[in-house]
Ligand binder design. Structure first.
Ligand code: CA
Length: 227
């Protein structure tokens, strides 16, 4: 069952939409202002977001920009809700890259059709490649790695190194192989670069640092099993 986040300050509209979502088998989640909506979007990871443009505090355009900036919500489809008169807002919303928009007043039936069509489109074209290994998950489109679902603050090189080790989980990767695959170096003359990056990566892995083992005489390996 898909969760749909509704960010709408007019409670009667939000409640009506929630009712129809529920009838159609969706799980509605309501937020009545932008800040709350944004926080819920990041924690609940909804399948789709209905975003009203006119919101108290943080308006819909700003919420949308923040959604697109965060790897957790970067690809979540958004349908904007706009008042008929706000042509400028509607244009702005679509220019920002919203998946669709619905003008108020709308029929809940029409809205549901739009939601289903956007979800279907999104499913068919989801370009995300997700690799998981042990506690790590890689979102290759966003170049973001998560450990236990918390984003890791890695540089591109650290990301590539960790991803390579995870792709070859529990296997010793030799130094030449690592330098060639991650840095594109053809000889082992840059061995210290590798060691420096591994050292920094271990610090960033925190409680998972011990998984990145030194394989004597070979290089490194990453343990993916339970700790
Ligand atoms: Ca509003």
């Amino acid at each position: 069952m898909s969760t749909i986040l509704v960010i709408e300050d007019e409670t009667d509209i939000a409640d009506l939409v929630a009712l129809h979502l529920q009838r159609d088998g969706f799980t509605p989640l309501l937020a009545h202002d932008g800040v709350t909506g944004l926080a819920l979007a990041k924690t609940a990871c909804p399948a789709l977001i209905l975003l009203d443009l006119m919101l108290p505090g943080m308006d819909g355009v700003r919420v949308f920009r923040e959604l697109r900036r965060d790897p957790r919500t970067l690809r979540t489809p958004v349908i904007m809700l706009t008042a008929r008169a706000q042509t400028a807002d509607r244009v702005a919303g679509l220019e920002l890259g919203a998946d669709d928009y619905v003008t108020k007043p709308f029929s809940p039936k029409e809205l549901l059709l739009r939601i289903k069509s956007v979800l279907k489109r999104n499913e068919a074209h989801d370009p995300r490649e997700i690799l998981t290994a042990g506690p790590f998950r890689f979102d290759s489109a966003a170049l973001q790695c998560y450990a236990d679902n918390a984003p890791l603050d890695l540089t591109i090189t650290e990301y590539k190194l960790l991803q390579y080790l995870c792709e070859h989980g529990d296997q010793a990767c030799d130094r030449t192989q690592l330098l060639r695959s991650v840095w594109g170096y053809s000889d082992a003359a840059h061995s210290r670069t590798l060691d420096t990056h591994v050292k920094r990566l271990r610090v960033k892995l925190g409680p998972h640092a011990e998984r990145l083992e030194t394989s004597r005489g070979t290089g490194y390996l990453l343990r993916t099993g339970p700790p």
